[in-house]
Design a protein around this ligand. Sequence first.
Ligand code: SF4
Ligand code: SF4
Length: 366
Amino acid sequence: MSRKPFLLGFGAMRLPQTEDGTIDRPLARKMLRYAMEHGVTYYDTAYTYHARESEPFLGEFLQNYDRASFQLATKLPQWLVESVDDARRIFEEQLKRLKVDYFDYYLVHSLRKKTYVKMVDLGVITYLEKEVQAGRIKKLGFSFHSSFEDFRYILHSRAWDFCQIQYNWLDIEEQAGRAGYELATEHGIPVIVMEPIKGGSLLSLPPHLKEQVQQVAKEDSIAALSLRWVAEHRNVPVILSGMSTLEQVVENIATLSDPRPLTDEQHSVLEEVGSYLRSRLGNGCTSCSYCMPCPFGVDIPGSFGIWNTFRLFGRNEQVSKRWESMGDKGPLSCTRCMACVPLCPQQIPIPSDLARVHEELSQGAL
Ligand code: SF4
Ligand code: SF4
């Protein structure tokens, strides 16, 4: 029996892990069970999440439930696709791994203009449209991390059923951003939101900003305030959260069961803090690791992670320790071979930003 859709979607990309880096299955099952029992209907995974362990794990869990009681979303890893046969093989494999005979939502993963054109030229989009006609895909969409210009191009290129973008009170000018949300809304295309808390980083604000936000959040946490900010957007049917603990599942369900609109004061503080933070960040690296591995051993997301923390918090103990432990994985090992540049969905000029990381962190600027 189908259930009323719930605004919170369960993202299976940051499930709890054991020490060896595999999914902590007992805890992850407990979290998923709690979500199921408390009305969460939307479950999102991808071929590559958790080193390809997320889909089979989720499939094992979901097989215990009536297929009509949940909506399942997964994604085609377009970077592994060089032919229609590749797309077909991966799609069939995903159905098997997830133990279903259709997907409610199927996304081309992390699309940008160049890769969209490639998927069209290879005939992959036509193939996926045939799967829609065959009923094995109920809704076809794409997830997106690139520029607004690319977003506009892809959005206008065909009649998508939905799109999925990174959107939160800090990222209104990043990637598709607010302009992308508004464009999709204008075209009647629902927007599924990912990273509503920016992968948890909105919870690690510098103390003075944290205090400023917490003061207006009152009894809410900053996570709850951030989810409520997204929930105010009427064209968002699902807010995905990649949850790692049972406490997060409990809190997020409580927040989105009946999200209150933000007060004017809360809006204005988030705007003020957001604009201050946007002016401080070195770049918009999301640690997605699409650029990895670097053939010369540079830890690209690690370097940018330290840099952005340094720019927000200054040279605190954590920054110093992480910077000292970089060794040969640091920015100095970059040979500017450019292999990573086309792989970055955020279009970060990686080699030149790495040079800035080295310059600022070795001199202790800021
Ligand atoms: S440009 Fe630098 S960081 Fe990028 S792949 Fe080449 S060596 Fe690695
Ligand atoms: S540099 Fe780009 S591709 Fe690499 S981790 Fe950051 S956002 Fe992802």
